[in-house]
Design a protein around this ligand. Structure first.
Ligand code: CA
Length: 235
């Protein structure tokens, strides 16, 4: 069994802890629970989990402190769990090195999908150094990385170089949110005042070419104020 991953949940609310433990256990994961930030930090060093699910509102310290200390020496995926609805907290957490976030209340499917995506991305990043191999398929969309060819229902769709690079980047991180800043850094290298606008224009063109209507989340989900996420089959 390859999914006996060890997951550390840092969360102070009992009912959410129990809910997550039940779901993660049913999905075949081993779960450890810490109720404070300090306890979480200790368990993180001693148990070396494969993934952390971290609440931001903890009784002793802000969960952001956990991310800061963990990222000094570790690239273990961290999914932030937040009741806060402001985009700022999510962006701050992601900028500090969190890999993704889930907003409370969340569904079973959402939790397991985020966990799966984060673990998968951690593995592919370490093994392939992020390089894309072969093909990506989502519904009727196929990206052939070797031929730089995008087809839908077997028909080729023409993308500009930049559009293709964005599409490739998102598809290499399926199911995970990428912040505007992260995408801009990857695609253009520098982040100036016009970058967000440039990204939005490119995304609008990509979505139009994929035949997506506003609010349509079939291929690319626009996480308002945060970034973009490539959808996953079956969600
Ligand atoms: Ca809390």
């Amino acid at each position: 069994m390859n999914n006996k991953y060890k997951i550390l949940v840092v969360e102070d609310e009992d009912n959410i802890c129990n809910f997550m433990k039940t779901i993660l256990h049913a999905a075949g994961y081993q779960t450890l629970v810490a109720c404070t930030c300090s306890q979480g930090q200790m368990m993180f060093s001693s148990h070396k989990p494969d993934l952390v699910i971290l609440d931001l509102g903890l009784p002793d310290k802000d969960g952001l402190e956990f991310i800061k200390s963990a990222r000094e020496h570790s690239s273990t995926p961290i999914i932030v769990l937040s009741a806060r609805t402001t985009e700022n907290d999510k962006v701050t957490a992601l900028d500090l090195g969190a890999n993704d976030y889930i907003t409370k209340p969340f569904s079973t499917g959402e939790l397991t999908a985020r966990v799966r995506a984060a673990l998968r991305n951690a593995v592919s990043t370490s093994q392939l150094n992020g390089s894309a191999e072969g093909k990506f398929t989502l519904h009727d969309l196929v990206i052939d990385y070797n031929r730089r060819l995008v087809t839908m229902d077997g028909k080729e769709i023409k993308f500009t170089q930049t559009e293709y690079n964005i599409l490739k980047l998102l598809s290499n991180h399926t199911g995970m949110v990428l912040t505007y800043a992260a995408i801009i850094r990857e695609i253009w290298g520098i982040n100036d005042s016009g970058s967000i606008k440039k990204l939005q224009v490119n995304m609008a063109n990509i979505r139009k070419k994929l035949g997506s209507k506003p609010g349509d989340n079939k291929y690319i989900i626009n996480e308002l104020g945060v970034g973009y996420r490539m959808s996953e089959e079956g969600l």
